[in-house]
Design a binder for this molecule. Sequence first.
Ligand code: ATP
Length: 441
Amino acid sequence: MENEQAEKTVGLKEIANLCKRRGFIFQSSEIYGGIGSVWDYGPLGIELKKNIKDQWWKSMVYDRDDVEGLDAGILMNPETWKASGHVGSFADMLLDCKVCRKRFRVDHLKGDKCPECGGELTEPRSFNLMFKTRVGSVEEEAQDVYLRPETAQGIFVNFENILTCSRRKLPFGVAQIGKSFRNEITTGNFIFRSREFEQMELEFFVEPGQDEKWYEHWLQVRRDWYVSLGIREKKLRLREHEKDELAHYAKKCHDVEFLFPMGWSELEGIANRADYDLMQHSKISGKDLKYFDSVSGKSYFPYVIEPSGGVDRAFLAFLTDAYRTETVKDKNRVFLSLDKRLAPIKAAVLPLLKNKPEIVEMAMKIRDDIKGRYRVVYDDTAAIGRLYRRQDEIGTPYCVTVDVDSLTDGKVTVRERDTMNQERIDASAVKRFMKDNLDLQ
Ligand code: ATP
């Protein structure tokens, strides 16, 4: 079934083409020539993205009993970023090629020459990645603020609020999904590195001494999450950060890496942040954010384990891993073998003949019968072969076809995306079929 050869050759360009053509992703403000590394998610993209976020939330919050949710503001008091270290040190070290003028991150370079043309490189310079804007309408009184470069700090500054309202005891976590902004210099690779992107972050607070155990727990849970949603194990690996790679606050860090079309790259980072964040916020805000342990009678700063994933990178990973091609009756077939829970459209109802009102009516009735809980479409804008190809290419698990015989025997054809198996079932049983087969937990 799998065509390994074709799979290996799928490039970012092909994926980006598919995304544009089928309405997953467009370049932002394209009619004005676009803006670098900002992307708009179209009708199918928004569905896939929402499904990824829903699955993350389900696994991190609903399936557990030790995590609360939060949706903090994008703009924060600028003191936050002094405490977190972002104002002082959230910078990439960059250098330029004196010959071809290309810019590189020091941590991405292997040798001391330009990897593109072999030219001489400048000395590294530091570049702060935070976008600055101003709050307040009168220019002189306005205050400089930043668009958050990570969602994590919104969780740390709310630690005490959440602790108080939820009456939690350690260990517990706070989960958040939201936009983050980084003025990335070395962009490219489609949505892999954008200036505006979404993060799915969990800050898990534990007693010091329990951190290593929980760190191992989260490494396993987060890797398994991708596998449970269909990413093949051979495309995933955990890579531990070398000592000199570690962020200044981190005790330990692993990247969950995925084999993207451009090579192994970070999909998610999992860090043991020790007690850095709450300690820093206590210091700068003057508010004591220690946790009082009523059993031991001691107060301390909890340690924090942070699994921090990118929605857009997960999107790209799910999409590229699901991309399959095969030859069927001498024709090339492209299909997305997406997990049903992630598929943007769950079922398409197709009339074999659009000029037969009884067929159209029956198809529309089936569509109305099964829509509501998830996205279902009716499409009569092409011949059946082409309609199937369209749905295959966007990963729709089921197509339901109404034909002339349906009018007499009351049966319709249900076609499965990956196997192309067709089964005739009663029209009245389609709803039940979807319920049983879509498994939309
Ligand atoms: P990189 O080294 O690739 O720049 P990072 O180590 O700076 O990434 P983190 O700060 O650990 O990234 O952010 C956590 C996650 O947020 C990343 O694993 C990634 O999925 C996502 N992310 C970070 N920066 C971007 C970006 N510019 N575009 C899209 N996703 C991003």
